[in-house]
Design a protein around this ligand. Structure first.
Ligand code: HEM
Length: 150
């Protein structure tokens, strides 16, 4: 019961991260170019906060998942499982790094007067959010592999 609850929290946070990241890319991409900077300055902060919640809960629920799996396997996990877990950890670090950069870009956008359509920070934010969606999707796929193999 507790194991299922942690797994659900874990999967929901992974899904939240991907949906939020992809939504930002799609919404900002669909906004007219001259309005994109003001749109990004207005909404990116909220998207950043949602992703912060997801990325704070992911490792916590992940460690709980790991605890349940390790106990079920008498603390002897297959090498492939540990390798995939390491890859997920590396992806998580990259996701956190991308979010930290997005946070500072968003802060600069909100603080300073935007340079309109030519503002280079807006495409940077779009690329960052695109990368965040891809990294999250890769971690999610590795997670599905982990759950299938344990
Ligand atoms: C420190 C980071 C992480 C740790 C320690 C971790 C740990 C785990 C473990 C041990 C499992 C297997 C659970 C089981 O078999 O019962 C799992 C599954 C999973 N993880 Fe993670 N994870 C981490 C990060 C992530 C990230 C960043 C994502 C996605 C954005 C993610 C998405 C998933 C998914 C979708 C599953 C499969 C659930 C299922 O199909 O039932 N994990 N994780």
């Amino acid at each position: 019961m507790l194991r299922t609850a942690f797994l659900w929290i874990h999967v929901s946070c992974g899904a939240l991260w991907i949906v939020v990241s992809l939504s930002f890319v799609l919404a900002a991409g669909a906004t007219a170019e001259h309005e994109r900077a003001s749109f990004a300055a207005r909404v990116a902060e909220r998207f950043n906060r949602l992703n912060l919640i997801a990325i704070a809960l992911l490792p916590l629920s992940g460690i709980a998942n790991l605890g349940f799996v390790a106990r079920a396997h008498h603390y002897r996990l297959p090498a492939a499982f540990v390798e995939v877990l390491g890859a997920k950890l590396a992806l998580l670090c990259m996701m956190a790094g991308a979010l930290a950069i997005a946070w500072s870009v968003t802060g600069a956008l909100a603080k300073e007067q935007s340079r309109g359509a030519a503002d280079p920070r807006v495409p940077r934010l779009l690329w960052l959010y695109g990368a965040m969606a891809l990294l999250g999707a890769a971690a999610l796929m590795l997670g599905v592999w982990l759950a299938g193999s344990a």
